[in-house]
Design a protein around this ligand. Structure first.
Ligand code: PRX
Length: 671
């Protein structure tokens, strides 16, 4: 989404509705001046600011003796709260369970409406402790990585917390990933234990999660234990390796938590980068928990008694920070939603909001775009009065969608928090504050505490001071919840985030800031595509094409995958492929068709990565546009496929400019 600086000046500013401000007395920011003063202190004196916040919001087994350890010029990842000790499960569960065991921690909204249940903090503590002991009995110890391959069921939350309770590290893999993608993540993390479910249920359909795990584990000989949640009771167990989750019930209701160092890894979460190999982003315990606690409290205005509904999955960072850690640290109730926004009908979200009196609703624009298509009439039948803040995350929200969200869901009473952040940041970087900061549709507002966003000229590497301006979005200082490394590959971490613009953390996004310093995120500058809020690497999809076979022969020589704008999914994946000679001959002889090939190629990606990564369209071309050094010019392909053939820009750097007409006609003829 290119941003037009002049247009930014015209984006109207909307006052955040005052009644979305939570009741007084819980230490929330209550006016713009306070926000500004707190932000200033947080970036100028992080030791004081975050030291106080960490002591206020988290419970410690041992106090830390230094707040921040950072390298000169920010060339290394930081360490926070040195020599402190704490435990994540104690922070999320024990303290609330001991103070108020009957408070609801989790509302489980099952796939079929009416089939869910609730768990109190007291019950959650018992379940976490029991599973923790089951894991110990299978040899899991501090520092081991446990892979969690679960859909949105309460057992996913219990598993994360049970792993954290014993000082192990969880690595949640989105339950839409294929066996191959799951295998890669298990092997990379050297994980010996997997927690999964016999079958998942989503929109009435069965997801064969255990079968996927079994397939993945064929090439993971070191996995010794698979804990299987029984959702449907179907499917067998492999003796010696598999164990029913229900066996946890044999253990006593309490076990002590293992205090870990502040910097001890809490979890890994794999995300896509510019190369084919997914990156295991490693988050710390104390810094991450503080980021989750502080953002959940201030961005969503969490107040005791609140019911937060984050419609994200624990397979992604949004689910980690705002369906699990953020709400639970703050002692509120979190809604764990197993289904989709349109099952059994497109009013499912609004049913949930009214039924459970949800106070905070947090979702990706892709779902809003879908629901907006159903019009106003149905939604008007709902009260939605309990709502105070409405969050948006994962992709830019278009102005029309923002307006629809603000008026039809929020009824003009709720603050829209367009929250910008990423897996690597652990928690929100930019947002509105409920009832405090003005909002601009399409902007993710102002920086959160401790975040100093800057724009950098990508060519000169110099910070751009004037406003309005656009450039590369970078953060000029370390913040507590930033990922500390890529699991097992710190040099790659440095190369990706800290070296591109020395002294800054490179977000990977392009952005603009208007004359009032509102941040407008344009999107990824690397080869990462954002489909329905899922971050996908074009290189990963291209690598999977190479594995595609027809008649047992490889069919694709090379390919280029690009993201194009899509009305529903934000971006969609389109692929350009060059076929092997034998296949070209067979197509010419009428023995195969282009559609056979394209179906097969799409199938390969579905199988290799997961259905959500499937390209929307595959174009067969003779050659790909390349520079003289052999780099594929995806920019040109993007323009051609978006019909902007008059804006292809400079072609003189191409080694093969003669192919352009061919590319254009292939795309046009297949429209
Ligand atoms: O391009 C930005 C986009 O999502 C990317 C991060 O994806 P992921 O790590 O999967 O985390 C998504 C959930 C936090 C970013 O680099 N993005 C995220 N939030 C926004 C956004 N783009 C525009 N506006 C946002 N609010």
């Amino acid at each position: 989404m290119p941003l037009d600086n002049q247009k930014l000046l015209d984006v109207r500013s909307v006052d955040a509705p005052a009644n979305s401000l939570p009741a007084d007395g819980h230490g929330h920011v209550r006016d713009l001046e306070t926000y500004k003063a707190m932000w200033k202190e947080s970036v100028e004196n992080p030791d004081k600011f975050f030291g106080e916040q960490a002591r206020n919001l988290l419970v410690w087994n041992r106090d830390f003796d230094q707040v921040l350890h950072k390298s000169a010029n920010f060339v290394d990842s930081p360490a926070w709260f040195l020599n402190g000790q704490l435990n994540a499960a104690v922070n999320c569960v024990d303290r609330h369970a001991l103070a108020d065991p009957n408070r609801i921690a989790i509302i489980y909204e099952a796939d079929e409406p009416g089939e869910g249940y609730t768990l109190t903090y007291g019950e959650l503590l018992k379940k976490v402790c029991q599973l923790a002991q089951l894991l110990i009995s299978r040899g899991v110890k501090k520092g081991d990585v446990v892979t969690i391959y679960l859909p949105m069921v309460p057992e996913a939350v219990i598993s994360m917390l049970a792993v954290a309770r014993i000082g192990a590290i969880h690595s949640c893999v989105f339950a839409g990933f294929s066996p191959g993608a799951l295998r890669d993540r298990i092997l990379d993390a050297d994980s010996r234990v997997v927690i999964t479910i016999d079958q998942g249920l989503r929109a009435g359909k069965v997801i064969e999660a255990k079968k996927i795990v079994d397939d993945a584990l064929e090439s993971c000989p070191d996995v010794q234990t698979v804990v299987v949640v029984e959702r449907t009771g179907k499917g067998g167990l492999i003796p010696g390796r598999d164990i029913k989750y229900g066996e946890a019930g044999k253990f006593k209701p309490y076990c002590p938590a293992v205090p870990v160092d502040s910097e001890h890894p809490l979890f890994l979460l794999y995300t896509s980068g510019s190369t084919g190999k997914p990156k295991g982003m490693q988050h710390s315990t104390a810094g991450y928990l503080l980021g989750a606690a502080l953002t959940a409290k201030h961005v969503f205005g969490l107040t005791p008694g609140d019911i937060m509904f984050t419609a994200g999955d624990v397979g992604w960072i949004t689910g980690h920070t705002y369906a699990v850690y953020g709400p639970l640290i703050n002692g509120v109730t979190t809604v764990i939603f197993e289904s989709t926004p349109v099952y059994p009908t497109h009013t499912r979200y609004w049913d949930i909001v009214d039924k459970h009196q949800v106070t905070q609703f947090y979702v990706a624009p892709t779902a809003l775009r879908l629901l907006r298509k159903y019009g106003h009439e149905e939604i008007e039948k709902y009260s939605l009065k309990s709502l105070r803040t409405l969050g948006s995350v994962g992709e830019p929200i278009a102005e029309e969608v923002w307006e629809w969200y603000f008026h039809n869901v929020g009824r003009g009473r709720c603050t829209i928090c367009d929250t910008y952040w990423l897996t690597e940041s652990g928690s929100i970087l930019g947002t509105s504050f409920p009832g405090v900061t003005p909002m601009k549709p399409g902007s993710c507002g102002y920086p959160f505490f401790g975040i100093k966003p800057v724009l950098i000229n990508p060519t000169t590497g110099v910070e751009v001071d004037e406003r309005p301006a656009e450039g590369v979005l970078a953060i000029a200082n370390p913040w507590p919840s930033m990922a500390r490394t890529i699991w097992g590959d710190y040099p790659r971490y440095q190369d990706t985030y800290l070296r591109p613009f020395p002294g800054h953390f490179f977000t990977g996004d392009g952005a603009a800031m208007d004359h009032e310093n509102f941040i407008f995120v344009a999107g990824r500058m690397d080869d990462v595509v954002n489909v329905s809020g899922h971050r996908l690497s074009t290189a990963e999809i291209e690598a999977s094409f190479l594995e595609g076979k027809l008649d047992n022969e490889p069919m694709i020589v090379e390919s280029a995958v690009v993201g194009i704008e899509d009305e529903l999914t934000g971006q969609a994946i389109v692929a350009f492929v060059v076929l092997e000679g034998w296949l070209k001959d067979k197509i010419a002889a009428g023995e195969h068709t282009v559609s056979d090939m394209s179906r097969e190629a799409i199938q390969v990606v579905r199988k290799d990565i997961g259905p959500f990564a499937a390209p929307k369209k595959v174009f067969v071309v003779g050659d790909l546009p390349k520079t003289r050094s052999g780099k594929i010019m995806r920019r040109i392909l993007r323009k051609i496929v978006s019909g902007e053939t008059d804006q292809l820009g400079e072609l003189s750097t191409l080694s093969n400019p003669q192919i352009i007409d061919d590319l254009i006609s292939t795309v046009q003829n297949s429209a």
